[in-house]
Design a protein around this ligand. Sequence first.
Ligand SMILES: *Cc1c(COP(=O)(O)O)cnc(C)c1O
Length: 382
Amino acid sequence: MKFNTKTIHGGQQHEEATGAVMPPVFFTSTYAQSSPGQHKGYEYSRGANPTRTALENSFAAIEGGSHGFAFSSGLSAIDCVLRLLNPGDEIIAGDDLYGGTYRMFTRLFKKYGLEFSFVDMNDVANVTDKITEKTKLVWLETPTNPLMKIADIQVITAAVKDVDDSILVAVDNTFATPYLQQPLSLGADIVMHSATKYLGGHSDLVMGALMVNNAKLAEDLHFIQFAAGAVAGPMDSFLALRGVKTLHIRMQRHSENGRAVANFLKNHSKVDEVYYPGLEEHPNHNIAKKQMKDFGGMVSFRLKDKSKEAAFKFLENTHVFTLAESLGGVESLVNHPSTMTHASIPEVERLKIGITDSLIRLSVGIEDEDDLLQDLDKALNL
Ligand SMILES: *Cc1c(COP(=O)(O)O)cnc(C)c1O
């Protein structure tokens, strides 16, 4: 199947009892057994629930994996991956990560004896330089949040595996989605998503996903998912499955509108830099072009006026763009990383990586392009 068919049919079967085209929402915690241990494949819904199974099969299909897993949040999906490791193990991660990922690494897992180094993934040598015999995981995000930096998944994965084949490479594919980029096909071992964002696509749930293409890794992740218990519920699973069915057409429009907004901002007198991998002047535009089908709906930019007041005036005065955390829904959102999504990163670290008060992040939705540009123009010119 091609991708645009997989989003709708990948891993899906009509329900056996009635032929229902969509899987019912199986609101059940447990399943009747005819004799101890005799059941139809379902025992207890932490282990498996048919609505979640339908979604997990869809997740696997869209990332070109053999197995998919649905969690109660994106962070609980990351937590599951980190639990593969042991005290003393080392992790190399990008230096421009989602704030919650950074917080989990440094404030939760560090105290259990995991060691993290954060490097600029722009240069593969930064990654290979940090590899020791204790390195067990490389964690990368591309495009990054919020500065839209691009890491070359294929080059980094090949270089890491060249040093030590057993080091796992995991990619947070939340910003790109499998419509734009498929890390498993570029050599990565694990794909992670905050399905809260584009996979769900409608800002109506919180969910995480993992996809792999390796039966042993899938068994280990499933054990942790079952044993730690952060599973997605049946109603959320149903909503996310419905969301995935339109992923391809949503991403197409997100990309069209993202490109239009980036070009508009680039030429606006009140705007300084624009960060969008689809712009030719983006420093990694060529890598983005190589590994992505299109460039999506996430656009960040800096105002020329560097004061916090100027940023707040803009943020308080958009109307089609709603000021809110999160991203990836059909509606456009605007966010101030330094006070909102990335506030948990210490200020010195934030400034070092360029998250200043004048930085603004947009999640460009699928509304009409003219309304989006007009809204931005009005708020910029106040
Ligand atoms: C939102 C987000 C997460 C965390 O996911 P939750 O669903 O909020 O737990 C991780 N990575 C990225 C890139 C995100 O945008």
